[in-house]
Write a protein that binds this ligand. Sequence first.
Ligand code: FUL
Length: 497
Amino acid sequence: MSNRLLLSGLIGAGLIATLSGCISLNGAEAGAPPTPYGPVPTERQLRWHALEFYGFLHFTVNTFTDKEWGYGDESPEVFNPTDFDADQIVRTAREAGMTGLILTAKHHDGFCLWPSRYTEHSVKRSPWKNGQGDVVREISDACRRHGLKFGVYLSPWDRNHRDYARPEYLTYYRNQLRELLTGYGELFTVWFDGANGGDGYYGGARERRRIDNRTYYDWPTTWALVRELQPFACMFSDAGPDFRWIGNERGFAGDPCWATLDMTRPGRYPGGSSEGLTQGERPGTAWLPGECDVSIRPGWFYHPGEDEKVKTPAQLLEIYYASVGRGCCLNLNLPPDRRGRIHDNDIRSLREFRRILDATFSRNLAQGAVLTASHTRGPGRAYGPAGLLDGKAETYWATPDDVLTPSVTLQFRQPVTFNVVELREYLPLGQRLEAFAVDRWQDGDWVECARGTSVGNRRLLRLGTPIQTERVRLRITQAAACPALSGFGLYLEPVQE
Ligand code: FUL
């Protein structure tokens, strides 16, 4: 047995118990971690969860033709940003708090933002940089410079390509995917869109083509290519395999919103049914958390007519609480304009949104409180309530296996004032919590001030009117297995004029 195996064996059997001489104890008594409940995330998914908020960049010929879906017959000459600036775009995203960007390398119109070897329908036939430009290269490099992750959107539906709907197209599609997977460094996401509208240019045929979503794309083969070449890239589609569509394009997850889905249900394939995606399914057969995708403007692409329709900071905050605050990731689209930059109106809104988030979350007011848990797992402090406030994802408060509805009290030296509550589950053990409540101490008694259901990666509850109290109690009111909570927070969102 290697030292490593020996060590992990010791941990499994309860290292704490071994060290304190209680060799006969086992399981919860000995301080062993709780058994995972239901489907659990992969390492790849855990990395994705930690990103929480990233962005989309929708940019292509549509930006210049004022369309949302190009037909596929656009001349590459229309693609001609006058002042393209990848740093301006990526800096805007970073300053908004985004952790990554996903670029539409190819949208439904088939125009490629990189000089693919497999088609002439790309930047190489555009006047931009005399056909020498590569938007994928510039954005991916800028992402690395600014510390953001980079991902690609490669539309399966291609209204330009003559072979679309025939088997030959899949070879073309995978060749392109391979270029993106191998040519631009590490990708955090490969985003597979589910739209298949039918009609298009198709190499001049100008006709309607139908495909069977369930079989045509042979997804398992494409997914295997991504796994082989980018093992940590998470793949998106309506039904995974790594994270799912939330079922709407407004940026709102359901309440509750479970990170699990029942993959045995009919329609669970890319481009399949959207039923059940908004709330997820419990206990489910797979860990398939939701991504909330939404544009900062009404359209996904830039339209001059929408300059006055940029979402307000208040709208963006509402979306943030309904996405990140319901255990999902938020993918907020920023459409570069015809210069190839993010428009000032979008920047203004993002800045104020960020300012409010920073003012809210810069300080966890729960820190410093004296914590008393009704129950704690094991003999030592390994699973004690301190794990709730240390800001570390890997430490958590847990209870013995048979304690499903414990509580923890926070006593403050000075009264605290808060209007946002935060909970985080320790995800490697699955989604265990089903309902909770938060009480405040008022006039010698506990009074409930908030309640919620699913938690998962991060649950945020906005309470409205600030609450002032010197004692707070978190009650777990329903759980499928003993809770394992890695974070609890109280915050004060500044009141908006
Ligand atoms: C949809 C597409 O049809 C839209 O154009 C956009 O790309 C959005 C993110 O996904 O399915």
